[in-house]
Design a protein around this ligand. Structure first.
Ligand code: 5GP
Ligand code: MG
Length: 179
């Protein structure tokens, strides 16, 4: 049996709290929310809506980033820019939006990449963070909830491209892991 970790209602509350924290810090400033595809999708959409209730105006862009194969990290982070504008992040306040912080390697690489491209400020916001897995000095600036070191799916998070559509987050059950 799969264990539901966060229901749709739980997630709504967590996202609303994150939006309130971001809005309080960035009110009056322009912000570029930079989502890491594909996992950021439902989280970023809900976060944008919540930010609009605080009258914080944001621009949205995406990077396509991958490191996971099945249920383990390859450790090799590959970044693909989706914006056609080479200078899309130059002198901008960027908040990187990711589904989950695990080893920290993704955020470390993306942050360095954005700084090299001339971002004025790079902050990060993750929905989930796994306890005890960080291999870097990175700490997410905004973090929804800490979870134990389990493999989770749903609300954008996949296992071999499955389960992204679930409106809740669950732990992947043994019998759902295939070779
Ligand atoms: P990190 O680079 O911090 O190790 O991992 C970040 C990325 O790994 C996330 O954006 C996500 O794509 C993937 N990831 C890490 N842990 C999990 C997990 O428990 N479930 C899923 N579906 N993806 C994960
Ligand atoms: Mg990801």
């Amino acid at each position: 049996m799969s264990e539901v970790l966060y229901s749709e209602g739980d997630l709504k509350k967590v996202v609303a709290e994150l939006a309130a924290a971001i809005a309080a810090d960035f009110m009056g400033h322009s912000v570029l929310l930079l989502g890491l595809l594909k996992g950021c999708q439902p989280f970023l959409a809900d976060l944008c809506r919540q930010l609009s209730y605080h009258q914080l105006n944001v621009a949205v862009d995406y990077l396509l980033v991958s490191s996971y194969v099945g249920s383990s990290s390859s450790g090799k982070v590959v970044i693909k820019q989706l914006s056609v504008d080479e200078s899309f992040c130059r002198q901008r306040n960027v908040i990187v939006i990711d589904d989950i912080f695990d080893t920290g390697l993704t955020l470390q690489k993306v942050t360095a990449w954005l700084q090299a491209k001339g971002a004025a400020q790079v902050k990060s916001c993750v929905l989930l963070s796994k306890s005890g897995c960080n291999q870097t000095e990175m700490v997410p600036d905004y973090c929804g909830v800490e979870i134990p070191a389990v493999f989770v799916v749903g609300y954008g998070l996949d296992y071999n491209e499955k389960y992204r559509e679930l409106p809740y987050i669950k732990v992947l059950a043994e019998n759902e892991i295939s070779a």
